[in-house]
Write a protein that binds this ligand. Structure first.
Ligand code: 5AD
Ligand code: SF4
Length: 462
């Protein structure tokens, strides 16, 4: 849906940036939103550095600034629009050369980002292979480029993403792209395209090479990893099979995954997680609402009863497994009774942690077309506060149950508060801060838990 004056970008540029130091251009990527975006920024970074551009930490030193954006809630987009205005002000002063918008907002707003927001590059989620050429074109022609076409075959094979949030200990590996679930509130199926799974061999090879580089943990990423499916020589590899292959790389490599859709989490997968000590005992299982009426309106395709059955399967197989969730309050038509059902589910499942949001209507979603965003802002606010307080109590109780126990902790770095303290995570994905400055980052230590807040465990290295 491009306007007349912007045609699809199909420019195959053969121009490589010259080796000459003075001509080397610099770039800076700012990433908003989810872990998938962080991983995509790693792909963009790899493509640009292969083209000879140099990454810089400070936006002020960059010739090109790229914002990898998120559209999931309106306030995420507002923040990014504000950042674009800031960059435009600097551009007018000649301090910034090129500004590019990547990701979900690029897909959602397309040409409008050029015509109304003055950006130079609009690159959708399937166009990152060409990002170096797009940058070159803008420099050479002093014009703009827009490419927001979906390319369903684009899996970014052969492009090893740079790990952007580098502790050097934990890495993220994207195993799927897109989403076909069409939850009625969600913009993702429209901004990231159709669901498709990556080649299992290349995923395992990427995890193996990360382990060889020294990474001790990989998190396999997808919008709904439970529907992963790749066919090899006539045999179907599902997510449980893939997890097993990755876990077998080494017992010293921890494996995590995000995110699961409750309708698709299988007994087979739960069995695989339970059977491998290096698959972390932590499952993120977004509930969204505890009311069946609201779940149906959300097009979630499960009931609270079905969800509780999945929780029981997990708890029976792995009593020590942590369960975390996402909740939306104030979805269209949510009554006080519906909300109380959500609070009731929080208590029943006894979540270890939750990400909690107020419903934010997104353009062109099923909910925007079918339902009225009728819960007043003050009611959304009040429900969110009540929910957060319930979860705070549950998280505190969960952490208190850990006091006195021993956990294996993968050390990720030094605590921000004291140079004599380090931190790491348990298999359950809880952060443990412990005394010690002699322990190697990336090593496994055993900690006895001695105290906690609702957010963190504190312990002693044994
Ligand atoms: N409003 C509020 N929260 C949303 N999420 C997704 N779409 C919306 C929306 N329109 C939340 C869901 C999802 C998480 C990543 O973001 O809880 O699981
Ligand atoms: Fe959005 Fe639902 Fe897909 Fe998650 S599963 S990305 S909430 S549509």
């Amino acid at each position: 849906m491009k306007s007349g004056f912007i045609s699809a970008f199909s420019y195959l540029c053969s121009m490589e940036i010259k080796e000459n130091e003075s001509q080397i251009k610099t770039y800076h990527i700012e990433t908003y939103g989810c872990q998938m975006n962080v991983n995509d920024s790693g792909i963009v970074s790899r493509v640009l550095s292969d083209k000879g551009l140099k990454a810089v930490d400070d936006a002020k030193d960059a010739d090109v600034i790229l914002l990898n954006t998120c559209s999931i809630r309106e306030n995420a987009e507002q923040k990014i629009k504000h950042r674009i205005s800031e960059l435009n002000a600097q551009k007018r002063k000649g301090k910034v050369a090129v500004v590019g918008i990547l990701g979900c907002m690029a897909e959602r707003m397309k040409d409008e980002l050029v015509s109304n927001y003055g950006v130079d590059i609009v690159a959708g989620v399937d166009s990152y292979r060409n990002i170096g050429d797009m940058v070159m074109k803008v420099w050479e022609d002093e014009s703009f480029v827009v490419d927001t076409d979906f390319k369903p075959s684009e899996m970014y094979e052969q492009i090893l993403p740079q790990q952007m949030k580098g502790s050097g200990v934990t890495a993220f590996v994207s195993i799927m792209r897109g989403c076909d679930n069409f939850c009625s509130y969600c913009v993702v199926p429209y901004t990231r395209g159709r669901e498709r799974s990556r080649n299992a061999d290349s995923i395992v090879a990427e995890c193996r090479s990360l382990f060889a580089e020294g990474y001790k943990e990989v998190t396999l990423l997808g919008q709904n990893v439970n529907s992963y499916c790749f066919e090899k020589d006539g045999t179907k590899i599902d997510f449980a099979d893939l997890m097993l292959q990755v876990a077998q790389i080494s017992p010293l490599l921890r494996v995590r995954f995000a995110t699961s859709h409750p309708k698709d989490i299988s007994e087979k997968l739960i069995g695989v997680i339970a059977s491998q000590s290096n698959i972390c005992k932590a499952i993120h299982l977004p509930l969204q609402s505890g009311s069946n009426v609201v779940l149906q309106r959300m097009n979630r395709k499960y009931t609270r009863e079905a969800y509780l059955e999945k929780v029981k399967l997990i708890r029976d197989a792995m009593p020590s497994c942590s369960i975390t969730t996402d909740i939306i309050v104030g979805f269209c038509g949510e009554t006080e009774e519906d909300f109380l059902m959500t609070l009731d589910m929080m208590e029943r499942v006894n979540y270890d942690y939750a990400f909690m949001f107020q419903y934010s209507e997104r353009p062109d979603t099923l909910a925007q077309k079918k339902f009225e965003d009728d819960v007043p802002a003050n009611v959304k606010n009040e429900r969110l506060s009540r929910l957060i307080e319930v979860q705070r109590q549950l998280s505190l109780a969960s952490n208190r149950r850990d006091v006195g126990k021993q956990y294996e902790v993968l050390v990720e770095g030094y605590s921000h508060k004291s140079a004599k303290q380090m931190y790491g995570r348990t298999s359950q994905n809880k952060v443990v801060v412990f005394d010690g400055d002699q322990t190697a980052v990336g090593s496994y230590v055993t900690c006895k838990i001695e105290g906690c807040t609702s957010a963190t465990l504190t312990g002693k290295q044994l």
